[in-house]
Structure formats: C-alpha cells, structure tokens
Design a protein around this ligand. Structure first.
Ligand code: GLY
Ligand code: MN
Length: 465
C-alpha cells in the first residue's frame, strides 16, 4: 500500500477531472469456487486499489465531487468472523490508512445512493466486469443488468484510464519489483526445461515462485509446446526434443502491480536452423519496437504496424511472403502470422484498464470520444504518454486451422506462399515479451541491466542447465 496522501491526491484529481456528481467505485466481492466458503484467490478491483488502496473484499468507495469527500462502506468483522479469520482492523482504521475519514457499514450504502438518486445528482460508475458487481449496481440503482451497462459513465472510464495509465515513480518501482518476480519465474522455467518433463511441473514451479516472491501470478501461466495456441492453459504435454516451449507468465508485486513476460526456447536446449531463423525474426521486432514507444506516438500506426512490417520483412527473407513487407501488412496478411496486438497497457492489471474496455465494451457508439481521449482503454485509438507502461510482445505463429481457412477463402493470394507454409504446420509458435516504460525519446525496458535471457545464445546457455 502507498501512503494515505497518494490515495487522497488521486481522488482529488479524479474529482477535478469529473467535475460534478458522485463517483461510485465498488471493490470486488469474494468469488466462490464451489461453495461459498471456498473462494478463488481474492483479487481486488484495479480501480478500487488505485483510489482506495484496500485489498480486502466487500468494500465500496464513494467520492462526492461537490465536497471532494470520500467515504468507504464496509462491515467490521464480528466475533463469528474472528473465529475463522482472526482479529481484523476496523473499517474506520483501514479507511484512515488510505486517507478516508468517513466510513459506514454496507447497510448504509443503499439509503445513501437512494438519497443521491432522489436529489438528481448524477452517479458515475464504470461498466462492471463481474456478475456480483453487476448485481450490486442493479440493486443500488434500481436498474436491469442491461441498463447498468448502458448507463455506465463514459467520462469516468476515460478519466480513470487517463490517470491509471501514467505511472508515478512509486508505481514504476512496484512494477520493477514485479519484474524481478517474473525474472525468477522465467529463469526457473528455463532451467527445468528438458525432454520428459511435463508442462505442469514447470507451470506449478513458477506459480510457487510467484507466490513466494510476491502476490502470486498476475494471470494464468501459459506453459506449452503448442505456442501457436495463444492462450493455451493445458499443461498435459510431455516435453520432447525438437519442439519449442513457450512460457508466458508474470507475477504481482505485493502492491498488486503486474509483470508479463514471454520466452520461447527449444526443449533440447539447441535451436534448429529453422527455429533460429523464425526466432530471430521475432527477436528483431522485439528489439526494435521499444524505440517506437515514444510519448505522442499513435499505438496502432506507429508501434503495432511498424512491428508487423519488421516481421513481414523477415518472413519475406525465409520465403513465406512474396512482394514487399509494406504490401503484405497493408493487405492484412500478417493476421495469419500474428493475430493479436503487439502491446497492451500494464499496471495494476495485466491488461491495464481493460476491465472497462477493449473486448468487454463496444466502442463504436463512442468512437469520437475514444479518439479524443486516446487512452489504453481502446487500443485502436491509443496515443502513448510518458510514464505509460506497455507490453512489447511480437510473435509468429503457424496455426493450421487459420492457414487452411485463409487458403480456402483465397485470402492474401500472391502474397503468402501457402505451399511453403504447409511445411511449417507443426512448427508451433514463438512469442517474446517484455514490459516497457514510454518516455519522450522511446521505450525503456523494465528491469534495467537485468534481462531475462532472450537471444539465441543467451537461451542456449541456460535452458536445461
Ligand atoms: N500474457 C497474456 C496476455 O498478454 O494476454
Ligand atoms: Mn501480454
């Protein structure tokens, strides 16, 4: 947790940006796994963490923009709770730690919101991404789930994203701590990698590293010899010489700041010529992209697209693409090889601020607003700011189903060399990922001089050793 002054300053700035009305920020509730008292690992909502700092379940924060006053609603534990959870600080004590002077039990929240609604003062809230939060908002606001979603505050979405995506020095320090957890996770995986090991042994070991160094995983690890499946959470594979292992994994610092790194390396510890050729194409895009991550750059055109051109250039070099790299990118042919974005925001959430945007929200209705605000909530219109942290994750994947579909639909004819591509059907996929801080002059990779092994030589020196 940061100082009370940090949270107070953030809330004051949010009030300044929103101007009027009441801002309602629900924290997360416990999410039961199979019965109420057996819950998933608790993860607080990122926006609640940012403005209210508390990482315990069942709190709601309110900020009145008229007065600038913040209130936390939550229940003190009872003796029954203490039997199971041990003694806990009071809600008033917890609130004081984050600079909030007023706190009330949860039962006071509904009457408070009702009085705000009756007075005609606008209530700002973010689009919920969890069912429990949707139900809470429905009951507080007297709306159906569809109405809750429809009436979300677009002003609040962009104000929150605009603040969260520019990191302060203390946030960057927390992200550096998350990097060190990621470093330990990835180097552990590299050393364990050898034929006969089951993917889940590595997945389990690195999850243990994340927990022992900090707050646990920042997302479900991907440990797979099927790197062409972008989010592959199956760990049944037994490692085989000749195959590539892709590990995409990150940890959270104890302050809930995240890291997200990917490395891909040969199970045998030695790249084949073909694996090295494709690897070095991805590495070129990975190494050249941070220079494009400058304050003011438009993400899609100046960062993502330029990385695709580097990848296309490399694929041309190995005969998988004909004609110019620019033409291949313009034709959309790189979707066949990298059907995902180069970057996403990083911070308290591993896809920072996407709880209120990207795939969960239809931006067509507010396209102009999204372009004007240009935050990471909508990557298509994202303008980078100094202090933003973003992933840099180029990849090349050979996805048989996608290759077959494109070919049968006659897509990218004359550009993609489908006959040659057929010989890569069982290649798998390669992704290389680090986290980068945007500055005025370009991106700085988090971790400083300490780098997770990334070149062919560095990987061959550590894998299986
Ligand atoms: N590391 C998983 C992702 O970026 O989606
Ligand atoms: Mn990522």
């Amino acid at each position: 947790m940061f100082s009370a002054a940090t949270y107070a300053a953030r809330r004051a700035e949010l009030c300044r940006r929103i101007g009027k009305g009441v801002i309602l920020i629900p924290g997360n509730w416990e999410a039961p796994y199979n019965y109420p008292n057996n819950a998933y690992h608790f993860r607080q909502d990122g926006t609640f963490i940012y403005y209210f700092g508390l990482t315990l379940p069942q709190f709601v924060g309110v900020i009145d923009c008229q007065t600038g006053e913040a209130t936390i609603f939550g229940n003190d534990v009872t003796v029954d709770d203490i039997i199971w959870m041990g003694p806990q600080p009071t809600v008033a004590d917890l609130s004081a730690q984050v600079g909030v002077r007023k706190s009330f039990p949860l039962s006071a929240l509904a009457p408070y919101i009702e009085s705000v609604v009756k007075s005609g003062v606008e209530i700002h809230y973010l689009p919920p991404y969890r069912g429990q939060t949707t139900l809470l908002l429905c009951s507080l606001l007297g709306k159906t789930p569809e109405e809750v979603y429809r009436d979300k505050s677009v002003e609040l979405m962009f104000a929150v994203a605009g603040m969260r995506e520019v990191k302060s020095a203390e946030e960057i320090e927390a992200m550096e701590r998350a990097f060190h957890i990621g470093y330990a996770m990835h180097t552990t995986a590299m050393k364990m990698c050898r034929a006969g090991v089951v993917e889940r042994e590595i997945a389990g070991a690195i999850e243990g590293v994340a927990l022992s160094y900090g707050g646990g995983l920042s997302f479900t690890s991907i440990v797979s010899q099927h790197g062409e499946t972008l989010h592959n959470h199956n760990y049944d594979g037994v490692l085989e010489n000749g195959k590539l292992l892709l590990v995409d994994a990150g940890g959270e610092s104890v302050e809930n700041y995240c890291s997200d790194h990917t490395r891909t390396y040969p199970v045998s510890g030695k790249f084949t010529d073909r694996q090295r050729d494709i690897y070095n194409i991805v590495l070129a895009a990975h190494q050249q992209s941070p220079a494009n991550m400058k304050a003011g750059a438009m993400y899609m055109e100046e960062v993502h697209r330029k990385a695709l051109v580097i990848l296309a250039e490399g694929l041309r070099g190995v005969g998988l693409i004909n004609g110019s790299a620019e033409d291949a990118v313009a034709a959309g042919a790189m979707y066949l090889f990298m059907p995902h974005g180069l970057s996403h925001g990083m911070g308290i959430d591993v896809h920072d601020c996407e709880g209120m945007g990207e795939r969960s929200y239809d931006f067509s209705a507010i396209a102009e607003r999204a372009a004007q605000e240009a935050t990471c909530v909508h990557r298509a219109t994202w303008r980078l700011r100094a202090g933003t942290v973003m992933s840099n994750e180029p990849g090349i994947y050979f996805i048989p189903a996608l290759i077959d579909k494109s070919r049968s639909e006659g897509l990218y004819r004359g550009i993609v060399n489908y006959d040659k591509l057929d010989s890569y059907r069982d290649f798998g996929g390669i992704r290389i990922e680090d986290d980068v801080i945007v500055t005025e002059s370009g991106g700085v990779v988090i971790g400083g001089d300490k780098k997770i092994p990334v070149t062919v030589e560095e990987l061959e020196a550590v894998v299986g050793k």
